[in-house]
Ligand binder design. Structure first.
Ligand code: TRP
Length: 533
């Protein structure tokens, strides 16, 4: 359970939640967020626990036990988590940078300028990649090495360390909040954060952001919770643990939101602009707001150091949870490979991919990849899991697994949420938000960047997942379906943008080639058999 909370509570709570909430209208975001948490997040977390506890293996094998046809969903989860991990490391690199610089707090004058110009050295757009920022690259390397060593040798001792570092974030957040509230304007910030707006409920983009955040933050759809639950000794109260982990995790980020919005409110008052315009929202928000709040504290240098060290420790147990899950899954599938070797190769590949996020254009790519991996990756996995549970396994079996050792059994409400609310809500949200993707380019980025970092990487995770599945012929059909769905979607929603037309033709051509390839493979497979007969 501690490991599950360690995986869940991470940068997602302190770095991601505040900017996602800010970008989606502050208080406007909270309603979809809590709806997503209660109707999908926690019920699905219970399901993932039960999947793991029942099958005693990692995500792909757990799926395979249900049906060989859906093993790829487990791989898809792991691959999505792996891509997320590569940019998660970049965020940790920023934390390293701030921690090392905290003896002089060079951001005290201009936190925003410092972050974008000194730390990121940001370029004008995703296509202006520039070069690698070496201090950040070294920091990601250091983090990969630490995660490698921990996953290789020390998950147990880390558990002990983590246990002691758990209260630290809360203490620091309370200090920052109390200090922040004494600044003028901070209350306006909180009002903006806490006032729900009802008309936003009709905006699918906000709903998508809410589901994405819930998945990211609870470590849902990464395959991690399935792997962790597989280590459980029997006689655990699963529904209670999932409820507790889910609520504790969300409470943490909800609280972090208070700090960030208080700071933003104060900043708006000082610069006398509207809070919605006070900083450029986006993945840099927390690294402007927190350093600013820290610099204003007494003993600023000390608190800065402790804060960024804490961010690193919070990030690391999330990071190795995925490495652990991925290594176990690969070992299950290819028993020939040694564990250490698998882990090493994973870390090396991850580090190399992650270099993209520490270039001058790194933040833009991070933003794009994060958007797609959450909205269509994690949430896609979640939808697939709910459907598998409903149509292949049946909710009854998991329900008895969940209720085996609990004093608060789950019942109709849980089942309703798995086979009715979650599939419908996720399908509708995905389709409507896909439509938005085609009618306007995400954050106004050039379509080519979205095609590569968004659709490209997303498609790659699915294709690789299908390739990793043992059962080959079935996945071929599935990918054919997928491509047809892609074509239909493009045809339905295509805008006048040439780029999207191009995207459609690529998918179409790819789909045809794919079908031909399957046909050819099948014939090749059939002919020797008929010859022997
Ligand atoms: N839930 C974590 C958070 O809130 C994120 C996370 C969990 C994660 N597992 C991961 C990120 C694996 C990358 C890789 O921060």
């Amino acid at each position: 359970m501690l490991a599950a909370i360690g995986s869940a509570v991470g940068l997602g709570n302190l770095w991601r939640f505040p900017y996602i909430a800010f970008k989606n209208g502050g208080g406007a975001f909270l309603v979809p967020y809590f709806v997503a948490l209660l109707t999908t997040g926690i019920p699905l977390l219970m399901a993932e626990y039960a999947f793991g506890a029942r099958s005693k293996t990692g995500a792909p094998h757990a799926m395979r036990k249900i049906s060989p046809k859906v093993e790829w969903v487990g791989w898809w989860a792991i691959l999505t988590g792996f891509v997320i991990l590569t940019y998660y490391m970049a965020v940790m690199a920023w934390s390293w940078f701030y921690m090392i610089k905290s003896p002089s707090i060079p951001w005290a004058e201009d936190a925003k300028g410092y972050f974008f110009n000194s730390v990121l050295q940001i370029s004008d757009g995703p296509m202006q990649i520039g070069g690698i920022i070496w201090p950040l690259a070294l920091a990601t390397l250091a983090t990969w090495i630490i995660c490698y060593l921990i996953t290789r040798w020390g998950t147990k001792s880390v558990g002990a360390v983590v246990k002691w570092t758990v209260p630290l974030p809360y203490i620091l957040l309370v200090i920052l909040l109390v200090h922040g509230l004494r600044q003028m304007g901070s209350i306006e910030g909180l009002i903006y954060y806490l006032t729900p707006t009802w008309d936003v409920l009709t905006n699918p983009q906000v709903w998508m952001a809410a589901y994405g955040q819930v998945f990211f933050s609870l470590s849902l759809g990464f395959g991690v919770m399935i792997a962790y639950a597989s280590y459980l000794k029997s006689k655990e109260d699963l529904p209670w643990q999932a409820t507790f982990a889910g609520l504790a995790n969300s409470a943490t980020e909800f609280f972090a939101g208070f700090v960030v919005f208080a700071v933003l409110g104060a900043l708006a008052a000082v610069t006398s602009v509207n809070i919605t315009e006070v900083v450029a929202g986006g993945p840099g928000l927390a690294f402007v707001a927190f350093p600013m709040a820290l610099a204003a504290l007494p003993f600023a240098k000390f608190f800065s150091f402790v804060f960024f060290l804490m961010l690193l420790t919070l990030g690391i147990d999330s990071a190795f949870s995925l490495l652990e899950a991925a290594t176990t899954a690969i070992q299950d599938r290819y028993p020939k490979f040694r564990r250490g070797r698998i882990l090493f190769v994973l870390c090396l590949i991850g580090f190399l991919i992650g270099l993209l996020f520490v270039t001058n254009a790194g933040l833009y790519w991070l933003d794009i990849v994060d958007h797609w991996m959450n909205s269509y990756g994690l949430v896609g996995v979640g939808l697939a899991e709910a459907l598998i549970l409903t149509f292949l396994l049946g909710t009854k079996k998991l329900k008895s697994e969940l209720n085996a050792h609990t004093i608060r059994p789950v019942g109709l409400i849980w089942e309703l949420s798995i086979w009715f609310i979650t599939p419908i809500a996720l399908t509708v949200t995905i389709i409507l938000s896909l439509k938005g993707e085609f009618t306007s380019a995400y954050e106004g980025y050039p379509p080519i960047a979205l095609a590569i970092g968004g659709w490209g990487i997303w498609t790659l995770t699915i294709v690789l997942a299908l390739l990793l599945q043992k059962d080959k012929m079935k996945w071929a059909k599935l990918l054919g379906f997928l491509l047809i769905i892609g074509v239909v979607l493009v045809a339905m929603f295509v805008s006048t943008a040439l780029a999207m037309g191009l995207f459609g033709s690529i998918v179409l051509a790819g789909g045809l080639l794919w079908l031909l390839a399957i046909d050819w493979l099948k014939r090749k497979k059939l002919s020797p058999k008929s010859a022997t007969k």
